[in-house]
Write a protein that binds this ligand. Structure first.
Ligand SMILES: Cc1cc2nc3c(=O)[nH]c(=O)nc-3n(C[C@H](O)[C@H](O)[C@H](O)COP(=O)(O)OP(=O)(O)OC[C@H]3O[C@@H](n4cnc5c(N)ncnc54)[C@H](O)[C@@H]3O)c2cc1C
Length: 500
């Protein structure tokens, strides 16, 4: 019975417990995929709940098809399975449909019970312990009880419902979130005549000119596009990640509505622009836009440790590390139509970061004016890597809950690095293994012996005991130990490169 009283709705409801499992993973994106598989492989009765009808989250439903980050464990397995099925190109771009299929197959083979079309609407908490969640789907409302819950919603929804403290956006830019993009696919592109070097050198200039003449809304200087594997060269399909909305509040449904409408408008204009200006696109058309909005950053939990931009620049290592990456920062400017931000700021140069106080070549301010952190731009040096501690996956305040993916405990700058696809799978992998281990040992995941966890993860293919190869331009490579570096400004973007 629902009652209206003084502008508020009051209702008492009994909800049936429909499932009881060991480990419940909420969110079937890359992190949830890794988490559910590893929990199940480690003997836990595991359920994965996803609000849409496929696994992959941003990768598949969001058409973010470039699988960057360091591939280890389940992430590496996924890449191998995709290659076997001709679903992965040399450039690490995956076919989203083959990816949905393979992810689902791998989860089912590992014993995971998947429940699609199901939205988690609340967390069940007793004495600061999560006991399960309330779900809503076509069958109505019910509850799932679980010994451990892993929040892989990208937006930290389960943690937020449970009362975990969260943060969002960049305090240095009025709390706005990273720019949002709706990715889209253009078909009938002639790759024989299209050249990506042309694209980045000449097309971007044309975009600049069109913007100055008011023919295009200002988008991003370096639009990204990639061709799907195993399509005919003369009639191929490419996914495009160029449209950008700024000043976004990604935890506000009204703003998300504004953004998606704005994105569709940008995309119409961009498609016309590509057809008129880009060689190879003359006969191309817009075949579809992503089913979900490309949200790079929304809520981040406050956990037992908060990874910072400084940790990344200084390639920090941790005793309880569960994942690593060699890719630095990638902030899509929250407010201004300026190039991506690939650095943090320090008050003085500190090794091993690559630090410079040189102005950008085109004289534009690339970040926050008079950054309070200092005047030196600090980059993660190629060949260096940073680690993510297990404590970033453990939320403050609530027990038996772990978090993995783009919403772990970091500051805004660090999140721009940790959010990569392979890194999210590895974090999920670690959270799944940790959940299963903590059940076996009958202790809270917070109290788990991280040495035992790390040993287990190493056995499962996350090589925490070996240095990762540097990941540059599409694949891992060795960087000479005596290499010298410079920051070049190319196509409007700062890029740290080996000195030639
Ligand atoms: C436009 C864009 C471009 C990017 N480019 C790259 C790139 O080139 N390379 C790269 O490596 N990374 C890139 N990234 C980053 C990367 O794609 C993401 O950070 C990563 O995929 C996030 O994975 P996730 O599992 O944490 O979250 P998501 O992929 O967001 O998955 C979360 C899942 O949880 C589900 N969910 C959410 N709430 C609920 C709920 N209440 N109940 C049930 N289910 C729920 C969602 O439906 C979704 O499937 C990009 C991101 C964006 C947005």
């Amino acid at each position: 019975m629902v009652k209206i009283e003084g502008g508020k709705i009051k209702f008492n409801e009994e909800v049936k417990v429909k499932y009881e499992v060991d480990v419940l993973v909420v969110g079937g994106g890359t992190a949830g995929f890794g988490a559910a598989i590893s929990a199940s492989r480690n003997g836990a009765n595991t359920m994965l709940v996803e609000k849409y009808g496929a696994l992959g989250g941003l990768v598949t439903l969001g058409l973010v098809c470039y699988m960057a980050g360091y591939p280890e464990g389940i992430g590496k397995e996924l890449l191998e399975r995709l290659k076997e099925k001709r679903g992965l190109g040399e450039n690490r771009i995956c076919d989203p449909e083959i990816t949905k299929y393979i992810m689902e197959k791998m989860a089912i083979e590992s014993g995971v019970k998947i429940l699609y079309w199901t939205y988690v609407i609340d967390s069940i908490v007793e004495n600061n312990e999560i006991k399960g969640v309330i779900i809503q789907n076509i069958s109505g409302r019910s509850a799932i009880l679980a010994k451990r819950v892993i929040d892989c919603t990208g937006d930290a929804e389960i943690s937020y419902f449970a009362g975990v403290p969260v943060e969002t956006g960049w305090d240095l830019m009025d709390g706005y979130n990273q720019a949002v993009s709706l990715d889209f696919v253009m078909s009938n592109v002639d790759l024989n005549s299209f050249s990506s070097s042309d694209f980045y050198s000449t097309v971007q200039m044309k975009i600049e000119k069109a913007v100055k003449e008011g023919k295009l809304p200002r988008l991003v200087e370096k639009g990204y596009l990639g061709s799907f594997p195993n399509r005919p060269e003369e009639k191929t399909e490419v996914y495009v990640c160029t449209a950008h909305s700024r000043k976004c509040r990604t935890t506000d449904a009204e703003d998300l509505t504004r953004i998606v409408i704005e994105q569709r408008d940008q995309i119409q204009k961009l498609v016309e622009f590509y057809r008129e200006n880009v060689i190879g696109f003359e006969k191309a058309f817009l075949s579809y836009t992503a089913s979900i909005l490309g949200i790079r950053e929304s809520r981040r939990i406050v956990g037992e440790y908060k990874l910072t931009g400084k940790d990344i620049a200084l390639a920090r290592k941790f005793k309880d590390a569960i994942a690593r990456d060699t890719h630095g920062f990638d902030i899509h400017n929250p407010i201004d139509d300026l190039p991506h931000i690939k650095h943090t700021h320090l008050s003085q140069p500190i090794e091993p970061a690559f630090c410079t106080d040189k102005e950008r070549e085109d004289g534009r301010i690339c970040c926050v004016k008079n950054n309070p952190k200092g005047k030196y731009r600090a980059y993660l040096k190629p060949g260096q890597y940073y680690e993510i501690p297990y404590r970033c996956l453990i939320p403050k305040k609530i027990d038996n809950l772990l978090v993995a993916g783009r919403c772990i405990s970091t500051d805004f700058e660090a999140q721009s690095g940790t959010r990569l696809i392979m890194t999210c799978i590895t974090m999920g992998h670690a959270a799944g293994t940790a959940s299963a281990l903590s059940i076996k040992e009958n202790i809270s995941p917070r109290k788990l012996d991280t040495e035992i966890l790390r040993e287990k993860l190493i056995k499962e293919g996350i090589n925490l005991n070996k240095e990762p190869l540097c990941y540059v331009k599409g694949s891992p490579q060795d960087i000479p130990r005596d290499a010298e570096f410079v920051v070049e400004t190319k196509d409007g973007e700062d890029e740290i490169r080996i000195k030639r």
